[in-house]
Design a protein around this ligand. Structure first.
Ligand SMILES: Nc1nc2c(ncn2[C@@H]2O[C@H](COP(=O)(O)OP(=O)(O)OP(=O)(O)O)[C@@H](O)[C@H]2O)c(=O)[nH]1
Length: 182
């Protein structure tokens, strides 16, 4: 069987749940302890829209507004999952900065991205309204989802949405497209 390989990087501020989302997607479990990541790579074979994919998922170290964008993440990636925590306004501010640095580093005006607001199970601690996340994603022409790695809510949707977006950007789409000549 042949698999389409897609390389995806998870980026965001510290402790927003990048590792937890990766582990939930790849291994189907949630680990409550916090172990800061340096870098971890996971692979997962999955079928999305009748196509078999091997997703190589790189879980990166948490960054803050002062971090220098690691140049290795601007090459060889098909798409990015940019994660903040809905309980942390700072993580929301940091994700905007990471996005700007990513575009800068790649020298592009557009990069396939899914913006993820994680930890929806902590609704009593919510600091970032859903609408703010959606607006930000719209301004990037990116997909947007809120998730809970803990409750496995919408976790696999993050990757299906990103893969679908990457395929659309490559011109591979199962949807019928129309062409108008004027
Ligand atoms: N309640 C709740 N806690 C979560 C969720 N996702 C992650 N956590 C917790 O948040 C803490 C940080 O999670 P990680 O997945 O290690 O976060 P990270 O973004 O990979 O952190 P860095 O490696 O520092 O960048 C851990 O204690 C997790 O158990 C979630 O959806 N809900």
């Amino acid at each position: 069987m042949t698999y389409k390989q897609r390389n995806v990087a998870m980026m965001g501020y510290r402790s927003v749940g990048k590792s937890s989302l990766s582990i939930q997607f790849v291994e189907g479990q949630f680990v409550d302890s916090y172990d800061p990541t340096i870098e971890n790579t996971f692979t997962k074979k999955t079928r999305i829209h009748q196509t078999d994919y091997e997703i190589r998922l790189v879980d990166t170290a948490g960054q803050d507004e002062y971090s220098i964008f690691p140049a290795q993440y601007s090459m060889d990636f098909h798409g990015y999952v940019l994660v903040y925590s809905i309980t942390s306004q700072r993580s929301f501010e940091v994700i905007k900065i990471i996005y700007e640095k990513l575009l800068d580093m790649m020298g592009k005006a557009y990069v396939p991205v899914v913006l993820v607001g994680n930890k929806t199970d902590l609704h009593q601690e919510r600091a970032v309204p859903t609408e703010a996340g959606r607006k930000l994603a719209d301004s990037w022409k990116a997909q947007f989802l809120e998730t809970s790695a803990k409750q496995n809510e919408s976790v696999s949707d993050v990757f299906s949405l990103l893969i679908a977006q990457i395929e659309r950007d490559n011109g591979n789409t199962s949807e019928k497209s129309s062409c108008t000549i004027s």
